[in-house]
Design a protein. Structure first.
Length: 185
């Protein structure tokens, strides 16, 4: 039997603590010879084929115009080894700082787009803007992943999940229920 617990009122502005959909990522971009990296937690998988990912990039963020103008970016997945770098990047503006240099990260060339991959990250997804209909009103970009680069191991890396208020949870433990799936994954 599943144990239930009493519930209390909770501030609606803090529901992200329970709803953050995936790992914190580093978004790298390039426009007019300049590069930038931003920390992002607001993203969601929207479709499998084509591979679509929705991302919220605040218009107050330096990366917003770089991504909007270039119409591309790389979504890089860091592991817990980069937690201080992830926080540092999130606390720094690319308008004033070369984040690759400042944080000792390596910019590797992408195969299909101009924005650089971050070598130190576990995975890098080259993305092109697929739909910009929600950008003006909601800062919501829909990207198509056109190339994926993923380290061979570990299969399930320890990734960071931001819960707000400077607190992260770590994803690593997995539970398989593949035998119960009746539809394609």
């Amino acid at each position: 039997m599943i144990r239930t617990r009493a519930k209390v009122d909770f501030p609606v502005e803090q529901v992200r603590r329970f709803l953050e959909p995936g790992p914190v990522v580093l978004v790298s971009s390039k426009w007019k010879g300049k590069t930038d990296i931003m920390t992002m937690g607001w993203h969601t998988v929207m479709e499998f084929s084509p591979s679509l990912v929705g991302c919220v990039i605040s218009c107050m963020n330096h990366s917003f115009q770089m991504v909007r103008n270039s119409r591309e970016c790389v979504i890089n997945v860091p592991t817990t080894a980069l937690i201080d770098t992830v926080v540092g990047i999130g606390n720094t503006t690319g308008a004033e700082t070369d984040k690759f240099h400042e944080f000792g990260l390596t910019a590797d060339p992408a195969e299909y787009i101009g924005a650089p991959l971050i070598r130190e990250c576990h995975a890098n997804f080259e993305c092109r803007l697929f739909d910009e209909a929600l950008v003006d009103e909601y800062n919501f970009f829909i990207f198509e992943v056109v190339k994926a680069h993923v380290a061979k191991s570990p299969t399930y890396p320890a990734t960071l999940h931001y819960t707000g208020d400077g607190i992260f949870s770590i994803s690593r433990e997995t539970i398989s229920r593949r035998s119960l799936f009746t539809k394609g994954v």
